[in-house]
Design a protein around this ligand. Structure first.
Ligand SMILES: *[C@@H]1O[C@H](CO)[C@@H](O)[C@H](O)[C@H]1NC(C)=O
Ligand SMILES: *[C@@H]1O[C@H](CO)[C@@H](O)[C@H](O)[C@H]1NC(C)=O
Ligand SMILES: *[C@@H]1O[C@H](CO)[C@@H](O)[C@H](O)[C@H]1NC(C)=O
Ligand SMILES: *[C@@H]1O[C@H](CO)[C@@H](O)[C@H](O)[C@H]1NC(C)=O
Ligand SMILES: *[C@@H]1O[C@H](CO)[C@@H](O)[C@H](O)[C@H]1NC(C)=O
Length: 760
């Protein structure tokens, strides 16, 4: 097929402008010039930009340069932790300074390319990064998570009271290194500390399955911004109306993600994704080395379809009630929940457990209150753990007071009143849904959190962003019973509505602005305007070491890949993403206006050096299916999903992602060239057949019990053309391209034609 020439790219760029105007592509250039000023004098370095911003900075003159000789030196007095590692509230056993040094080593390697040595020594050399403890423990701000960062011409010293505090110092250093882009770091001293103890990311990993590798990346991205707590919600069922669950309530998908090897409990675990005790041990070790602890949540007595399915006799069910409520009127239910926790509590290090306890039967207020108090005592007496629950008391009318040392995760004013709770002596954490609930593709909560609003208006003490001065709607910034807060990702639509990669995109983009306020609230006078903050936040986010889920391949221009197969699998995009012919895939002279093309069959495929691409993108290719196809024959594939020429029951081209299949209504005729292309923006994936837009990828929305025009943004699978698993499409392919932006009708015709002289 015709070679893609310079003129073609230029012409496309010109056409591309039209598309770009209508659908702006995020600007990749960002301004990293520090714009902050210091109150400490004119000639000294201004406050370095980091997220969350530093509480105190004393600028000096000059810079310090990290080199490949720099070592990370751990003070032998504290290398293994020790008495200075005071646990913070519910946090157990933070990692040692040596573990944190190793995390920093790995991160700096990825950012700078230097393999810095980690040494244990009380004598750092010139140019080293020295990690030590022994900072003044009487300094309330430093204890337990504050740190002192001193950058001077001799090197860097990070000193804290606890190893976790020192770790936050390494996050500051890492961010400065990223933004310096190889230049020196500003000399000066920071005294930095959080105003809120609890800085949390809560995730519903019940309704959507996430592999453990994803969960680790959530830890990496949140710990980069100094979140110290992850909260995992392990069980739930579809977010849909009560009546829609009936009468076939026990046929719906439900999630329980903890897989015991005890047969009594093993049966509750999901087949599509569940974590063993060993998985959870490894996960907690990983997050500890990132300064974090995990609050586990098994949610009862509501949201319990995963249990009532097996025990219908324990559920409440009638015309108006749903089968997912455990019946607290039945003593067997109490015993069951005790045994359930007895089985799993030992898997977790955290001193605090979430028992869920949200959205239960309003007619059973006192019974539910009794249940909550019972489990408070159960955890205290048997496991020396404290308990938290979702805000619920307003909707559980009753006379029994919920025990005051149960922390409430406030999420909705109609379920709990944070001001009232604090007046009655309860601890409260702020997860107020209108601000910090991220529920992909839901129409009632945020799809993406509003970072600008959060940055400018939100605080952990703000429970009514529209009425911040009203003391009956908000807490005081320094309220001792306010533990802090965070943000929450709920996946009510069971993962059909959004891919893992798109969830990660949403969460990672929300983490920075929330972190900014979780650390210091509005009490930080060094904070820059949102317009100055956002481009630097973006730059940091794009360069966080240890992340793969961002799925945005680097590209010099708008073409990420362009293969015309005239000269092997050469990439004409300029990115050098050349492909390889595998297992007998071969270039064939095909004529028919296509020149050379590639012949694929079951084992034969083309491998690209990439994996997937997150929106915005456009992907297209020519394909001529020949002979018979295996069921689920693959056109494109990656670890994130597949594009199938058909599936076992439907002859249409089908996307498969995260275990769900999405039809496209397109049937590729046999022995004939067709052009097929996809273009995704943030809200939909358009499907083009022979260069005309035919449809959108859609999903079944359980809320409405039918396929609605709910569009789906699929992650582009571009790891292989065909499949490495012996299931490639039988046929010839040509003109494969990937653009790093969405594309539209007229342009798609232009694109397709330029990869072939002959058109259908
Ligand atoms: C169904 O259960 C709900 C919740 O417990 C209760 O309020 C209602 O009275 C019950 N309805 C019938 C018909 O029993
Ligand atoms: C209970 O846990 C706390 C830490 O949360 C610890 O200080 C205390 O010693 C423990 N008590 C027992 C009896 O283990
Ligand atoms: C503060 O909020 C309360 C509760 O919503 C409301 O009744 C009251 O009028 C508000 N006060 C002011 C000054 O707006
Ligand atoms: C094939 O895809 C359709 C949607 O196109 C889906 O409804 C069906 O369940 C899929 N078949 C199989 C066997 O997965
Ligand atoms: C379906 O959704 C797309 C994308 O949001 C929209 O442009 C189109 O008009 C909708 N089609 C119908 C039939 O509602």
């Amino acid at each position: 097929m015709r070679r893609v020439g310079i003129t073609f790219l230029a012409a496309l760029a010109a056409i591309g402008t039209v598309g770009v105007l209508a659908n702006p592509v995020p600007d990749d250039s960002s301004d990293v010039v520090a714009t902050t000023t210091s109150s400490h004098g004119k000639d000294v370095n201004p406050t370095p930009f980091v997220i969350p911003s530093l509480q105190e900075w004393q600028g000096a003159k000059g810079t310090w340069q990290l080199t490949k000789q720099t070592r990370i030196v751990v003070d032998p007095k504290y290398a293994k932790g020790g008495s200075c590692d005071a646990p913070n509230t519910f946090m157990a056993n933070p990692s040692t300074l040596t573990d944190f040094a190793k995390t920093l080593q790995k991160d700096l390697h990825e950012v700078t390319g230097h393999e810095l040595q980690v040494a244990v020594s009380s004598k750092p050399s010139k140019g080293d990064i020295f990690l030590t403890l022994g900072a003044n423990a009487q300094d309330k701000a430093l204890n337990h998570e504050g740190y002192l960062l001193d950058i001077n011409k001799k090197g860097v010293q990070i000193q804290a009271v606890t190893s976790r505090g020192a770790f936050w110092g390494t996050r500051t250093l890492l961010q400065m290194v990223i933004l310096a882009e190889g230049d020196g770091l500003a000399q000066g001293r920071a005294r930095d500390f959080p105003n809120y103890n609890e800085r949390k990311f809560m995730q519903d990993i019940a309704r959507k399955p996430f592999p453990q590798s994803d969960l680790r990346e959530y830890s990496v991205v949140t710990s980069f911004f100094k979140y110290n707590t992850l909260h995992h919600h392990y069980n739930d069922n579809p977010g849909m109306r009560v009546k829609n669950l009936m009468p076939n309530w026990n046929t719906y998908y439900s999630g329980f993600r903890l897989k015991s090897d005890n047969p009594e409990f093993a049966k509750y675990a999901n087949a599509d994704m569940a974590y063993t005790k060993k998985d959870m041990r490894e996960f907690q070790d990983f997050i500890k080395a990132h300064g974090q602890d995990l609050i586990p949540e098994i949610d009862t007595p509501a949201h319990s379809l995963c249990f009532t399915k097996f025990h219908p006799e324990w559920s409440i069910q009638n015309d108006t009630a749903r089968g997912d409520w455990l019946d607290l009127g039945n003593p067997e239910v109490w015993t069951f929940v005790e045994k359930l926790w007895g089985e799993f509590v030992g898997w977790f290090d955290s001193r605090e457990i979430s028992i869920g306890a949200d959205e239960y039967d309003e007619t059973k207020g006192d019974l539910a209150r009794k249940f909550v108090n019972h489990f408070h005592d159960y955890f205290r007496d048997n496991f020396n753990r404290t308990v938290r629950m979702w805000g619920s008391d307003v909707k559980l009318p009753g006379t029994i007071e919920i025990k005051t040392d149960i922390t409430t995760d406030h999420w909705d004013w109609t379920y709990s009143n944070p001001v009232d709770l604090v007046k009655r002596g309860h601890k409260v954490s702020n997860l107020n849904a209108p601000d910090v609930y991220l529920v992909p593709r839901s129409q009632s909560y945020w799809d993406y959190l509003d970072s600008k609003k959060l940055y400018e208006l939100w605080e952990p003490w703000v429970f009514d962003i529209l009425d911040k001065t009203n003391s009956s709607r908000n807490l005081k910034p320094n309220e001792p019973l306010l533990t802090g807060g965070g943000f929450a990702n709920w996946n009510d639509f069971l993962g059909e509505s959004v891919t893992r990669v798109e969830v990660f995109d949403r969460v990672s983009k929300a983490a920075g602005a929330v972190a900014e306020k979780l650390w210091s609230g509005a009490q930080n006078t060094q904070r820059v305007s949102y317009d100055d903050w956002a481009p630097k936040a973006k730059k940091l986010l794009e360069n966080i070491p240890g992340l793969t889920l961002q799925r945005r391949p680097k590209s010099k221009g708008q073409f990420v890949i362009s293969y015309d197969f005239e000269d092997g699998v050469k990439d004409a995009s300029g990115n050098q993403y050349h492909g390889e012919l595998k297992n007998g895939a071969k270039i064939v002279e095909i004529g028919e206006g296509h020149g050379k093309a590639v012949q694929l069959s079951s084992d034969a495929y083309i491998e690209t050096p990439l994996e997937s691409i997150r929106y915005p993108y456009a992907i297209g290719l020519w394909v001529k299916p020949t002979g018979d196809q295996q069921p689920n024959a693959v056109l494109l594939e990656s670890g994130d999903g597949r594009l199938l020429i058909s599936n076992a029951t439907s002859p249409t081209v089908t996307f498969e992602q995260d275990g769900h299949q999405y039809a496209t209504q397109i049937i590729l005729p046999k022995d004939k060239w067709s052009h097929i292309a996809f273009s995704a923006d943030g809200t939909k994936t358009s499907v083009f057949f022979n260069m005309r837009r035919q449809t959108w990828v859609q999903y079944w929305n359980p809320r409405w019990d039918q396929l609605r025009n709910e569009t789906m943004v699929v992650t582009g699978p571009i790891g292989t053309i065909g499949s490495a698993k012996g299931n490639s499409v039988n046929g010839v392919v040509d003109g494969f391209f990937v653009l790093n932006r969405a594309s539209y009708g007229g342009e798609m015709a232009f694109l397709g034609k330029h990869y072939a002289n002959a058109l259908p």
